[in-house]
Design a protein around this ligand. Structure first.
Ligand code: ACO
Length: 193
């Protein structure tokens, strides 16, 4: 995903983490006003592409949604010499904590606030090259969470295959909402006091 501005001037790291302020930890090399405008454009564009890939009626990731939620967005840029000019964005991953009622193996409703995977997209031309794994692994390290502890919001078939392949997540615990949780979600979880 290329833009009519230099991605390397707004995202200084290979993977940039954004919260509701949309300010990267490392300050962009252009004015903060200009950087915000460009970051908004990147988020809105990649959000649209993700929605299209998942056949969603509207994007679930946009700059305005980011600004009104406590989500974390991880954006992976292309660091290869191929796009050394203005750079390009390869994909993104959006996560956030949500209060959910999750069914355990016995079918009891358990209140939990897991880290949820909310949106995940790698550009079509670059899928199956390990970029998704790179981004996901980075997020796991920063959020300090083990894969079975995650709840996944309506995973696509590609994403389920990704989780099986890289994290051996196979058996799900049936739920009545749109979230998917895997065996191990409740393991060693502290009982609520
Ligand atoms: N068909 C089936 N499985 C796929 C495909 C595909 N076209 N693409 C990736 N995968 C899975 C497979 O398990 C694949 O391993 P394999 O090639 O040995 O079969 C594995 O992912 C590859 O791993 P990576 O290269 O690290 O993953 P990638 O960079 O392709 O990113 C992602 C995975 C994000 C799911 C990507 O394929 C994508 O953007 N898909 C379209 C959008 C999407 O479905 N996003 C998830 C929505 S659900 C949610 O966000 C909660």
């Amino acid at each position: 995903m290329e833009f009519d501005f230099d991605v390397h001037k707004i995202f200084l790291e290979p993977i940039t983490k954004l919260d509701c302020t949309l300010n990267p930890a490392r300050r962009p090399l252009i004015s903060s006003f200009e950087a915000q405008k460009q970051i908004v454009k990147v988020i809105d564009e990649i959000g649209k592409l993700s929605a299209k890939a998942q056949r969603l009626p509207v994007p679930i990731t946009s700059a305005s949604r980011m600004q009104s939620n406590k989500h974390h967005l991880y954006i992976l840029k292309d660091c290869t010499p191929k796009t050394a000019g203005r750079g390009a964005v390869i994909g993104f991953l959006k996560v956030g904590y949500k209060k959910l009622f999750v069914l355990d193996h016995a079918g009891s409703h358990i209140e939990a606030e897991p880290l949820c995977i909310l949106d995940f997209y790698i550009h079509e031309s670059l899928q199956r090259n390990g970029f998704g794994k790179e981004l996901f692994g980075f997020m796991l390290r920063l959020e300090q969470v083990e894969p079975p502890r995650l709840a996944i919001d309506r995973p696509s078939e590609k994403f389920l295959s990704f989780l099986r392949k890289h994290y051996n997540l196979r058996s799900t615990i049936p739920q009545v909402n749109n979230f998917v949780v895997f065996d191990g979600f409740f393991r060693d979880r502290k009982a609520p006091v």
